[in-house]
Design a protein around this ligand. Sequence first.
Ligand SMILES: NC(=O)c1ccc[n+]([C@@H]2O[C@H](COP(=O)([O-])OP(=O)(O)OC[C@H]3O[C@@H](n4cnc5c(N)ncnc54)[C@H](OP(=O)(O)O)[C@@H]3O)[C@@H](O)[C@H]2O)c1
Length: 271
Amino acid sequence: MNSNSKRTALVTGASSGIGKASAEVLARAGFTVFGTSRKPSGNSAGQVSMLACDVTNEASVASLVSTVLANTGRIDILVNNAGLGMFGGAEESSVAQVQSLFDVNLFGVMRMTNAVLPSMRRQGEGRIINISSALGFVPAPYSAHYAASKYALEGYSESLDHEIRGFNIRVSLIEPGTVQGSFDHSSLEPDSMMTEYDAGRAWVHGFYEKSKLTADTPEDVADAVLRAATARHQRQRYTVGKVAWQVSLLRRLMPASMFDKALRQQFRMPG
Ligand SMILES: NC(=O)c1ccc[n+]([C@@H]2O[C@H](COP(=O)([O-])OP(=O)(O)OC[C@H]3O[C@@H](n4cnc5c(N)ncnc54)[C@H](OP(=O)(O)O)[C@@H]3O)[C@@H](O)[C@H]2O)c1
């Protein structure tokens, strides 16, 4: 019997992209896997049992967690993957719209984590794996709110990791660069577009479109999720792919003024 066969993993946003690939790789590794979607198709995808959950809704999160616990009695791995993008000038989104972004990317993670922690504490172990982004540690013009949600996720995750380590529960961050898939199509458009930002917004859309041609795959990210779930000594951070690695290294080693200049050149920002 596989050493993971009595272990349960719960992956939010498992209907597509990184979440789907992560759920599948965990199932192949022997975990009993539950994935979520706001609208699960009814039939389970392969070895992954799909359940309904909207991470912005407290009752939906509570009902998901009690369904999983009723089935398996434990949740060993929580992968907080559900997330939305938002691209545009920072000034182009209302605070209400930014709140709706944070409701998924940050508060959704907190709702899921708070719902799962009591059972992890009871069983005396657990791992929480939060899907962040390279934009959780470097800025990017026309992605201010998305970057803010991921920077916040990083601060929350690292701090939480210190609090719950004494319960034998650890938190890891996964930091991909651009990943192939339909993430940009499900991203929010700014709700108050301004002509002043039309050219910049269009350029950045084109830049991400182009970078998708050489981007990492959801399966590359899923491999890092599997490592965080199964490594004997898991790391606090898994930066995925060559570009994210290089950017992370440059951010840490380059003088701030040089990094600032290089970033502006990369994004063709004037001045
Ligand atoms: N793609 C990239 O370039 C990239 C790079 C770095 C980090 N990331 C991060 O990776 C994660 C997954 O991205 P992806 O590229 O795989 O995107 P994706 O294919 O668009 O998948 C997003 C998932 O989130 C779920 N979701 C959205 N809103 C939800 C809500 N309110 N409640 C529950 N689930 C919700 C969706 O499920 P339903 O619509 O079925 O409910 C879907 O399964 C995100 O956290 C993203 O920030 C992505």
